[in-house]
Design a binder for this molecule. Structure first.
Ligand code: PA5
Length: 408
């Protein structure tokens, strides 16, 4: 379903990628590969989502990194076309007081619930935000009423959040032991907020299941990334012509950055939103240092109804576009960019969603699975563990020391 094209004749051997995939499958943290198992959480998630939608105008999702980027990516892409009275808001993904005040003021006097998501249950940013919103809930609904509005997604057995959730009787969802944060979007971590937004989580999982049947495109992508890295292309840019996919690019950056950037290695993941960024970074891409390759997300716009209207005069010189849809013009801009960048010496890959489907839950499920497989395979081919992130600890230790946390 998700297709990959490199656009020119690279001679590639995907056998190393296939062997790397066998290694990934044997790794402890590869539970996300089993799509059938992921769908086991759906009934419980849908029941909780229904309750939240019946009693809350807002769901505040508290989490950082892999505990929020995946579901925010799907919600930002699809919520506008879904129907839900409950809007998902985000907190605990920074330490900005301004960001928290904005969420608090948007909630105002409205009814709300909290989904606090932290696999470890000990991450500072979400823990601080959780304390603030929990206090607000208790003041509004009392201790027991608040407990009925808190949904904790965390480890099955350990961590401060798990202990608190058990003690106070919060509704709990488990992040499976064998799935890490950035690979967890198709577990309750992502499924609950996505379902609350009114997006079809079964279609999302169906898309992943479909993609899992044929991984040749993911292997080809991983193989070509490795080939380009060996030729000193050290930066990959994910490009899309649909602004609704901007958060998807953020999820992708985290997935590849945290999985590959280890031992002095890794391709630096960056992203652009076109055509907007053609008028900012476009110059650099066309003419700057030749260390970049580009991966274009091609997701056809099947729903666009807007066309360039007919006018009596041609003062703006747009007569040649009359009757053409924005989707058609955007598609031509995309083809023109691929052609220009290739001519300018940028290798351009294309990841193509099925033309019939457009930007839909099934498409995103497929893309998520595609990139997760390609990323884990790429990291293993590079000789690093895709599932740890030891480098993230350094800033935390310094911050705890500077804040006077006991033991630091
Ligand atoms: O991908 C990862 O594992 C990380 O980005 C984590 O999701 C992030 O650090 C948050 O961790 P936790 O869910 O334990 O609060």
């Amino acid at each position: 379903m998700i297709k990959f094209s490199a656009g020119e004749e690279f001679q590639i051997d995907v056998e190393p990628a296939k062997s790397a995939f066998l290694k990934v499958k044997e790794m402890e943290m590869s539970g996300w590969l089993d799509v059938a198992r992921l769908s086991g959480q759906v009934p419980e998630v849908l029941a909780a989502a229904e309750k939240i939608r019946s009693d809350s105008d807002f769901l505040v999702c508290i989490g950082i990194g892999g505990s929020y980027l995946g579901h925010k990516a799907v919600i930002d892409a699809l919520a506008a076309g879904a129907s839900s009275r409950t809007k998902v808001l985000y907190a605990g993904n920074s330490l900005s007081g301004f960001a928290l005040e904005k969420v608090i003021s948007e909630i105002g006097d409205s009814d709300f619930s909290i989904n606090v998501i932290s696999k470890s249950g000990t991450t500072t940013e979400p823990a601080v935000a959780f304390r603030i919103f929990k206090k607000m809930l208790i003041e509004k609904y009392g201790v027991e009423g608040a407990a009925r509005r808190i949904y904790a997604t965390t480890d099955a057995n350990s961590g401060a959040l798990h202990a608190e959730a058990v003690k106070n009787g919060y509704t709990r969802f488990v992040v499976p032991d064998d799935i890490g944060g950035r690979y967890s979007v198709l577990t309750a971590v992502g499924l609950l907020p996505i379902a609350v937004s009114g997006i079809d989580i079964q279609a999302l999982i169906r898309g992943a299941a479909e993609c899992s049947k044929d991984l040749d495109s993911a292997f080809a992508y991983a193989t070509l990334r490795a080939l380009l890295a060996s030729r000193d292309f050290d930066t990959e840019i994910l490009a899309s012509f649909e602004p609704r996919l901007a958060t998807f690019s953020e999820w992708w950056k985290q997935l590849f950055g945290e999985s590959e950037g280890k031992n002095g290695q890794g391709i630096f993941p960056a992203a652009v939103n076109y055509t907007t960024d053609l008028h900012s970074l476009g110059q650099y891409l066309q003419d700057g240092r030749r260390n970049i390759f580009e991966t274009m997300l091609i997701v056809p716009d099947t729903k666009c109804k807007i066309q360039v209207p007919e006018m009596d005069t041609d003062v703006d010189g747009l007569k040649y576009l009359e009757g053409k849809s924005l989707a058609f013009i955007n598609e031509k801009a995309q083809e023109a960019t691929v052609e220009a960048h290739r001519a300018g010496g940028i290798p351009v890959f294309e990841i193509l969603a099925p033309a019939s489907m457009g930007l839909a839950a099934e498409t995103l499920g497929g893309l998520i699975y595609f990139f997760e497989v390609a990323c884990a395979v790429s990291a293993v081919m590079q000789g690093v563990n895709p599932f740890d992130q030891p480098g993230v600890e350094s800033y935390k230790k310094n911050m705890f020391r500077l804040l006077g946390k006991p033991g630091f």
